[in-house]
Design a protein around this ligand. Structure first.
Ligand code: NIG
Ligand code: FE
Length: 421
């Protein structure tokens, strides 16, 4: 697959519904504004050197003045959607954990599997044994698969290393994926994902992560954010505060796993520290919603995890009605969501979280970009944004894109001006 921004010009004409175009990026859309993600019926879009340069309604199409080197695509009524922005993944991991999947089918819970040394610790064992180059190769294959499905920007977490060398190895692999320059890749240091064997509880381990590993991560500029699994049986409010304080001193924003199984005040703590996002929120109390409605912290729902682990779906409708800028991501990881399918995640936003299709699209594109601080670059097709988009199969309306929840919708994917094979 090609890297960097393509040189050349592309014109897409006769687009049935053009989503996300405007004079500027749609940016972060909160509450009722999520329905304002722009849609132009019967539109056109002009791209140059991997970026959007113009567009509008066919009724106002100015014609083609310069045919030189221009690729013209007749969309013949197909929709053009911004590429997905997946703001929460654990894409860098060594191997699948389908054995645990079968254990769950036979009756064990996710937590019971973890207590037996499975789960995150199982992934850590495999990852520590793998060379950086092999880890890069398997991760690249996954990233390319996601790109073929229309994902145009991703976040990647560490958290299966759980010691200095292995956490750095994961983050170096994530940075190498970003350095390929195919799509924007943001990285997150998740050293506090589980307490590995040999440690006397989460407090001592968190101190080690904060004192020894975080400085090394910062030193090599390996992470854009920090994260911690704030959850009963993993890390508590004290450890979360310790990490968020240390990260704040180093200028690193936080994106935190919180309220997956229980709600215990993690949301309020994250809002207090100005976290960029709080992710999961399968369990949500009225006071958590009130906290999120007041701050800038973006709630990120991970409906593929709810589907796969049979957890409650995040109350998307409630969060949007409270005025939040809800985002949707995949959580792609070998334990709780072995899928990077953003179309399915977005569709579940409508099927199970009460979002109207246009709101679910906003959550999976421009608000996902906002959850990574890259909403001027990706997540929409405003003038100046990256030319990263999907040309769908023939669809009657934008709503149909999410109604068709299990079937692929992207006939062609363009990332930074390159057509993806
Ligand atoms: O987001 N909840 C914590 N971490 C991941 C799952 C990790 C795993 O099971 O490997 C998640 O669901
Ligand atoms: Fe996760």
């Amino acid at each position: 697959m090609e890297s960097g921004f393509a040189s050349g010009r592309i014109l897409i004409k006769d687009i049935g519904h053009l989503v996300g175009f405007g004079a500027k990026a749609p940016g972060k859309l909160s509450g009722a504004d999520m329905r304002q993600l722009p849609v132009i019926q019967d539109g056109w879009l002009a791209l140059e050197d991997g970026r959007v340069i113009d567009g509008g309604a066919m009724a106002d199409f100015p014609g083609i003045a310069d045919w030189n080197g221009l690729e013209v695509l007749e969309a013949a009524g197909r929709c053009v959607l911004p590429a997905w922005v997946d703001s929460h993944t654990h894409l860098v991991h060594a191997a699948a954990r389908e054995g645990e999947f079968v254990d769950r089918i036979r009756g064990l819970s996710y937590q019971e599997i973890a207590a037996k040394g499975g789960g995150i610790l199982n992934s850590a064992k495999a990852l520590r044994a793998m060379s950086e180059d092999d880890l890069f190769a398997v991760s690249l294959e996954r990233m390319e698969r996601l790109m073929r499905m229309g994902t145009g920007a991703i976040e990647i977490k560490s958290g299966y290393g759980l010691d200095l060398e292995s956490e750095l190895k994961m983050l170096r692999v994530a940075r190498r994926l970003g350095a390929l320059d195919r799509i924007p890749v943001k990285t997150t240091f998740l050293g506090c994902h589980a307490v590995p064997e040999g440690w006397d509880g989460p407090a001592a381990y968190t101190n080690y992560m904060v004192k020894e590993v975080l400085p090394a991560v910062v030193n090599e500029d390996l992470a854009d954010h920090v994260d911690i699994f704030c959850e009963d049986g993993y890390f508590g409010l004290d450890e979360t505060r310790t990490l968020l304080e240390a990260a704040q001193l180093r200028g690193l924003p936080a994106k935190v796993h919180v309220n997956q199984f229980k709600a215990s005040g993690g949301v309020a703590l994250c809002v207090e520290y100005g976290a960029m996002s709080v992710d999961h929120l399968e369990v949500l109390r009225a006071e958590d919603v009130a906290e999120l409605a007041t701050g800038d912290t973006i709630p990120v729902a991970l409906p593929l995890c709810s589907l796969f682990l049979d957890l409650p779906f995040t109350q998307g409708r409630t969060l949007v009605d409270a005025g939040c800028a809800l985002a949707i991501a995949t959580d792609f990881n070998p334990g709780s969501a072995p899928s990077g399918n953003m179309h399915l995640a977005a569709a579940l936003g409508s099927v199970r979280m009460g979002l109207e299709p246009i709101e679910a699209l906003a959550a999976a594109t421009t608000n996902g970009a906002a959850a990574l601080g890259i909403e001027t670059e990706v997540g929409g097709l405003g003038v100046g944004q990256e030319a990263s988009l999907m040309v769908t199969r023939p669809l009657g309306t934008v709503d149909e894109a999410l109604y068709a929840f299990g079937d692929p919708i992207a006939e062609r994917v363009l990332l930074r001006g390159h057509w993806v094979d």
